[in-house]
Design a binder for this molecule. Sequence first.
Ligand SMILES: CC(C)(COP(=O)(O)OP(=O)(O)OC[C@H]1O[C@@H](n2cnc3c(N)ncnc32)[C@H](O)[C@@H]1OP(=O)(O)O)[C@@H](O)C(=O)NCCC(=O)NCCS
Length: 409
Amino acid sequence: MDYPIRPITAEEAPAFFESNAIGFGHDPRPAESIASTLKYADLSRSISAWDESQVVGTAGTWTFDMSTPGGSVPCGGLTWVTVLPSHRRRGILTAMMRYQLDQVRDRGEPIAALWASESQIYGRFGYGMAAEGVELMSINRTRTELRHAPSFSGRTRYVDRATALATFPAVWEAVRQQRPGMHNRTPGWWENRSLRDPQWPPPPGFSSLLNVQYEEDGKVLGYLRYRVKEEDSNGWAASTLRINSLLATTDAAYSALWQHAFGVDLIETIEAEWRPVDEPLYHMLADSRRLLHRPQDTLWVRIVDVPRALEARRYAVAGELVVDITDDFCPWAAGRYRLAAGPGGATCVPTTREPDLAMSINELGALYLGGTAAWPLARAGRITGSAEAVARADAMFAWNPKPWAPEVW
Ligand SMILES: CC(C)(COP(=O)(O)OP(=O)(O)OC[C@H]1O[C@@H](n2cnc3c(N)ncnc32)[C@H](O)[C@@H]1OP(=O)(O)O)[C@@H](O)C(=O)NCCC(=O)NCCS
């Protein structure tokens, strides 16, 4: 049976998001929430699958610029993926992925990326696990403290939404320039999503988000957004402070914002959502074992145009590699490529030379942002080539800082 696939109109958005809600297993979104999404979403990139008059499959693509090591690349950011339980395992997701990746290619976007609800879904479509994130599950603030914290000369202060809208975007953008894996945010995204008014409903028991910025001489160098769950235990304060975002453009700003979080009274536990794997905080705590954390795959990358993707980043050391790439889902990306690259940039062209390494497009996506190393992929049988060539790939593709995707989209 055929399920036609096409973008939706604004009038079809309620039915689209109702189907999406069933797929994820939550209540339908209120009209106000859909209206605010429509203010920044590009519906021409929405993807719906239909069974007669019913939406049975949903997806969409954000038009992003994504940071790479030392650069930036146009990226189709996959989102909203669901298929109704009544229609699952009939190939509807596969058809939507065909539609989406063809569109990404036609628009000249060298990569696609996504956050996956389950890690086993997207490998078949050529995605590789490109960045882990870390959930800081709990820092027992009563049992540890910040022992090694760079000093700072500025101040933190609470700001309202209008101030945050004026100052936070430049901080995000400055951090994004340094961090592979971060996407750009449009003014509409900030107004209707990141700092939307009214805020998204808080998790049960938690306050709304508070906005704090760090400034030196009036220049904003970082921000912290957190909420609090007020609790006590036998009369002593045992509240939880949950950090939604903490972004800093300097070490002093980073230190100041963590010190701010540790200085909030009545807090027993600090938590933080989706932090980077190379979080300096681990090395600042007096008793780092009091920080419980859970790593998880976050960003998955799908290379759609190998030469343009590999030329859109820089490499830690100069070197050459000939790589043989297989690609079942997008055969146009398969081939043998010669990468000549270094800290100043790269050229990547098709070649007939003997390959140094062979892998599928999945492994190339995993290596791309410098978050996954070639050595363990080779040990897992997913990359073949000499030990020297694997080591060369690792020396070239590795990058500091590690990729980080701070926001689920
Ligand atoms: C994930 C989901 C979209 C899959 O849709 P679908 O239309 O059933 O997928 P397809 O029929 O195209 O499946 C293609 C292949 O992927 C496999 N597959 C799909 N979803 C899978 C899953 N969750 N786990 C394991 N395998 C899965 C299928 O078994 C099938 O394999 P086959 O080709 O060997 O038979 C759907 O199950 C869903 O809506 N899940 C809940 C919401 C969700 O997790 N969305 C993803 C957000 S990132």
